[in-house]
Unconditional design. Sequence first.
Length: 131
Amino acid sequence: MSGDHSFELRILKASWGIAIDLVARVTVMGTPPAGGLPAASRTWLVVTAKLPAVDITHLLSGLRSVAPSIERVEQTGQIVVEVVKVDYVPTDYQPEAMAAAIIGWAGEVFGLDEAVDVSYDPVARKYKFVF
């Protein structure tokens, strides 16, 4: 779990898709991080990447959905997930996809079997995420 871990989210279920490249790292600390956003009793989100508030909100939402599973894997200390870099194309993007990206990242890093159901709504012309 040490060091930066990259995750590539790729969704293509219509004539357009969403691609997010997320880089984050995990640190286990004795105390909660200053300025960290609580995802669960021992899991925290820190975002050092420059992102709009709506993206951070969705990152936190996604991390909250998998935090109980993370805490079952890492049973000691304060678990800090620091998002250090995120790249995406703003024209083909939905902020809700940030939650899917952090869930996928956590799945790889912690060996979780968390799934995100993604479908395309042609009437609304957007992707629908179910966590």
